[in-house]
Write a protein that binds this ligand. Sequence first.
Ligand code: AMP
Ligand code: ZN
Length: 142
Amino acid sequence: MPHEDCIFCKIINGDIPSAKVYEDEDVYAFLDISQVTKGHTLIIPKTHVKNIYETPNDIAGKLFERVPVIANAIKKAFNPKGMNLINNNESFADQSVFHLHIHLIPRYDETDGYKLRWETHSDEYTQEQLQDISKSISNHLD
Ligand code: AMP
Ligand code: ZN
């Protein structure tokens, strides 16, 4: 069911124009209007799901299965030096459209418009602490 007021559902339905890259019965891919770098593409499931937390396995499978196809098409089109896949979940993590989407951002050089750097904290954890953390997570796998 399309979600009322969801711009990505409206894009899928054709109510809002988009630069379509790919479409099949399960997914839709189109250019991100911000074009962080040339060819910046979003791939979304046709079923409205808010973000990764609310995504059933079958929808996730169909979505991620198509990611390499789109990535390779961008690679062939523009010959980038690399590609970043980004998926933001919840406002705090910069999600601004609440319909699940994966960003495919081809990378050309240091000044291509993409900036994401993170710190390493590997020297702050012992093996035991890492084991505790991994157990805290794996205890909650359904
Ligand atoms: P996020 O911040 O991860 O939720 O990403 C949402 C993305 O949707 C942003 O990068 C926007 O540029 C993009 N976006 C919003 N509206 C449109 C639109 N009408 N067509 C294409 N991309 C859009
Ligand atoms: Zn939607």
